[in-house]
Design a protein around this ligand. Structure first.
Ligand SMILES: Cc1cc2nc3c(=O)[nH]c(=O)nc-3n(C[C@H](O)[C@H](O)[C@H](O)COP(=O)(O)OP(=O)(O)OC[C@H]3O[C@@H](n4cnc5c(N)ncnc54)[C@H](O)[C@@H]3O)c2cc1C
Length: 372
C-alpha cells in the first residue's frame, strides 16, 4: 500500500514511521522544511500540563507518551545517532487551587502522572532549591518527563529519509485534493504537479481548515500562537520542571531551560512579541528568581492546532474511502503524538487499536452550512 501524508510535523512523521514499519510505502509532503512548525516550537512535556483540566480522551493518548517515545528512541538512536533525550525531571505545580483536585485526580488515575506527592516547604526546597522561598508548598509528579522535541523530529526525519520505502517532498505545498467516485484520486501541489497514492493522510496541524471548502466540511481547527524563551544555565542546574498559572520552565539535561508560554489568536503570525516576552519572564522569575542571572539564547513562537476541547481528529474522514485525519492536537500534540500515530496506523490497517477510537472520529465533523 502506498500512502501520501500531507504535513511533516510530529503527527505526520510518526504516522509515516508507524506505516513504514508495517511494510507500507510512504510519500511525505510539507509546504516548508520538514519538522519546523509547531512540533519544533513546542516544549515537549510528556503529559498534559494539568491532566485534570483535560478531557479523558486527551489523557487516554497522552498516557502512552513516555513508553512509546522510549521504545522509538531505542530503535532509532543506534541508526540515526540522535538521542531524543527523554529527561525524567518530574513536574512541580505551584498553583494552590490545583493541589486538592490534582492529588485526587492522581489517586483515581494512575496515568499519565504515575505518582503524586504533596510537598511542604522543606521538602519543596529539597526537590528544587531554586524555587522562590515565598512558595510554602507544592504538588510534585516525579515521573513526568520531557522530551527534546527538535531531536525527536530530527531523528525520525533522518531515519525516514534513508528508508527505501519513503520519499520526501519539502517546500511542496499541497493545494488540492482531487476527488472521484468517493475517493481521493490524486493531490495537486502549488506547482500544478499531481501526486498519486492509494490512501491519503491529512496531518496539517494549524493549517487544517484549508481543506474545509474542498471537502464541504466544517473543520474547527485554528492557529493559536505560543511564544517561548530559551535560557542557558550550567548542566543540570534546575532539577525539575516547574509550573504556575499555566507558565512553565522545562530543563533539558545540558542546562538549556525552555520557558513559556502564551496563548494568542493572531492568525498565522509567528513573530515573537516584546510584551508577551515580558509576561513570560515575570512568571518564570517569580518561580525561579535566580534564572535572571543567565542569558536568553533564543526566542520563538509557534502555532498550536486548536480544536474543540483539545481533542484531535484521528481516523477516516467522512464520505471518502481513502482520506484519513491526524490533526487538531492543540496544546498536547507532542505527548499525544506517538499514540495518535499508532491509533491511526491501526485504523488504516484494520488492526486492534491501542485505545477506543470513537472520541477522535472525524465522522463527527459536520457538513458546511451554505447561506443562500
Ligand atoms: C509554544 C508551544 C509549546 C508547546 N508545548 C507542548 C508540550 O510541552 N507538550 C505537548 O504535548 N505539546 C506542546 N505543544 C503543542 C504541540 O507542539 C502541537 O500540538 C503539535 O506539534 C502539533 O503537531 P502537528 O504535526 O499536528 O502540527 P505541526 O508540527 O504544525 O505540523 C504540521 C505540518 O503540516 C505542514 N502543512 C500544513 N498545510 C500543508 C499543506 N497544504 N501542504 C503541505 N504541508 C502542509 C506544515 O508546514 C507543518 O510542517 C506546544 C506548542 C507550542 C506552539
Amino acid at each position: 500500500m502506498h500512502i501520501a501524508i500531507i504535513g511533516a510535523g510530529i503527527s505526520g512523521l510518526m504516522t509515516a514511521l508507524e506505516l513504514v514499519e508495517q511494510g507500507c510505502s510512504v510519500t511525505i509532503f510539507d509546504q516548508q522544511q520538514a519538522a519546523k512548525a509547531a512540533s519544533w516550537a513546542g516544549g515537549g512535556i510528556l503529559s498534559p500540563m494539568y491532566p485534570w483540566r483535560y478531557d479523558s480522551a486527551v489523557n487516554a493518548l497522552a498516557k502512552h507518551a513516555k513508553p512509546l517515545y522510549q521504545a522509538w528512541n531505542e530503535k532509532l538512536a543506534p541508526q540515526t545517532g540522535i538521542d531524543f533525550q527523554i529527561h525524567e525531571t518530574g513536574m512541580l505545580i505551584l498553583d494552590e487551587d490545583d493541589f486538592e483536585v490534582g492529588l485526587n485526580y492522581a489517586k483515581q488515575h494512575h496515568e499519565p502522572m504515575q505518582q503524586a506527592e504533596y510537598l511542604q516547604q522543606e521538602q519543596l526546597e529539597q526537590v528544587n532549591p531554586h524555587i522562590h522561598s515565598k512558595y510554602q508548598h507544592g504538588i510534585y509528579f516525579p515521573q513526568i518527563a520531557n522530551v527534546r522535541n527538535p531531536r525527536v523530529l530530527q531523528s525520525i526525519t533522518t531515519y525516514l529519509k534513508q528508508h527505501p520505502k519513503v520519499q520526501f517532498h519539502e517546500h511542496c505545498p499541497i493545494q488540492k485534493l482531487n476527488i472521484q467516485n468517493n475517493k481521493i484520486s490524486s493531490i495537486t501541489d502549488d506547482f500544478d504537479q499531481k501526486h498519486f497514492a492509494d490512501e491519503y493522510v491529512l496531518a496539517t496541524g494549524a493549517w487544517s481548515k484549508h481543506w474545509a471548502e474542498q471537502l464541504n466540511l466544517e473543520i474547527p481547527v485554528a492557529p493559536i500562537q505560543g511564544q517561548m524563551l530559551l535560557f542557558k544555565t550550567p548542566e543540570n542546574w534546575l532539577p525539575t520542571m516547574c509550573m504556575n498559572k499555566v507558565m512553565y520552565l522545562i530543563p533539558r539535561n545540558d542546562g538549556h531551560i525552555v520557558c513559556g508560554s502564551s496563548m494568542r489568536n493572531v492568525g498565522f503570525n509567528i513573530t515573537p512579541n516584546e510584551a508577551v516576552k515580558h509576561n513570560i519572564l515575570d512568571a518564570c522569575f517569580d518561580m525561579v528568581p535566580e534564572l535572571a542571572n543567565f542569558p536568553i539564547v533564543h526566542e520563538w513562537a509557534g502555532l498550536r492546532p486548536s480544536s474543540p476541547n483539545g481533542i484531535p481528529y484521528i481516523g477516516k474522514m467522512p464520505e471518502l474511502n481513502n482520506l484519513w485525519a491526524n490533526f487538531g492536537h492543540f496544546r498536547n500534540g507532542l505527548c499525544m503524538g506517538a499514540a495518535s500515530a499508532r491509533l491511526l496506523r491501526q485504523l488504516m490497517l484494520n488492526q486492534t487499536t491501542i485505545e477506543d477510537a470513537k472520541p477522535y472520529s472525524p465522522q463527527h465533523l459536520t457538513q458546511m452550512d451554505f447561506a443562500y
